[in-house]
Design a protein around this ligand. Structure first.
Ligand code: ATP
Length: 197
């Protein structure tokens, strides 16, 4: 079974594209929500985070995300320490998940693939590409409390989109110019052929 990564910057359309693959019967691993879940359930991660960031890290047993974000947002060394705690556990979790899947291929959807080094165990990667202004517009429309400045600040922290797309084996253009369903279907066919050797 092929292990596939699906990535792209904030608002690029990862979840939208993952849903299309899902309708083709492909299993999807949502790395971002699993990572959040692990931070609330994995005892070792919880202990290490509390040691690093103090007792305020958890409030009523739930990760205090606002507190944690405020700590790491403009502190690259601390963010690296946070990642060193969470990335190995989330990578292991997704490797275990892939091992449980059946079918020709399965997809891990994650904002960070190259940044976390997880492309090492993926056979192929798919990038979702949309222009910056369109991504901002879509995230604003989606709601959720992020304003333009917050979205742009997040974009600046992520790997440059053109660099990310260069590293992907397949790129889906999600700028609204060409049908994403057709693009997904073509990649699906190619992956089926690759999976059948
Ligand atoms: P994030 O990294 O923030 O989780 P994402 O990459 O998973 O974002 P989506 O949530 O799939 O992106 O898309 C962002 C928003 O843009 C959503 O509200 C989605 O419905 C909308 N959107 C995505 N693709 C399109 C499209 N081709 N046409 C119109 N709206 C779209």
């Amino acid at each position: 079974m092929l292990q596939i990564g699906l990535t792209g910057g904030i608002g690029s359309g990862k979840t939208t594209i993952a849903n299309i693959f899902s309708t083709l019967g492909i299993a999807i691993y949502d790395a971002d929500s699993t990572a959040k879940n692990l931070m609330n359930t994995n005892q070792q991660i919880m202990r290490q985070l509390t040691e690093l960031f103090g007792a305020d890290t958890y409030k009523d047993g739930q990760l205090n995300r606002t507190y944690l974000s405020s700590k790491v947002f403009n502190n690259a060394p601390l963010l690296a320490q946070l990642n060193a705690i969470t990335h190995p556990a989330t990578i292991k979790d997704s490797i275990d998940w892939f091992a449980r899947q059946q079918g020709p291929y399965a997809i891990k959807e994650a904002a960070l693939i190259f940044e976390s080094g997880s492309e090492k165990y993926l056979d192929y990667t798919i990038g979702v590409w949309a222009e910056k202004e369109l991504r901002i517009k879509r995230v604003l429309q989606r709601g959720g409390g992020l304003d333009r400045a917050a979205i742009e600040a997040r974009m600046e922290k992520q790997m440059e989109e053109s660099e990310k797309m260069k590293r992907c084996n397949f790129v889906i253009d999600n700028n609204g110019r060409t049908s994403v369903i057709m693009q997904v279907y073509e990649i699906h066919q190619t992956l089926l052929n690759l999976a059948n050797g």
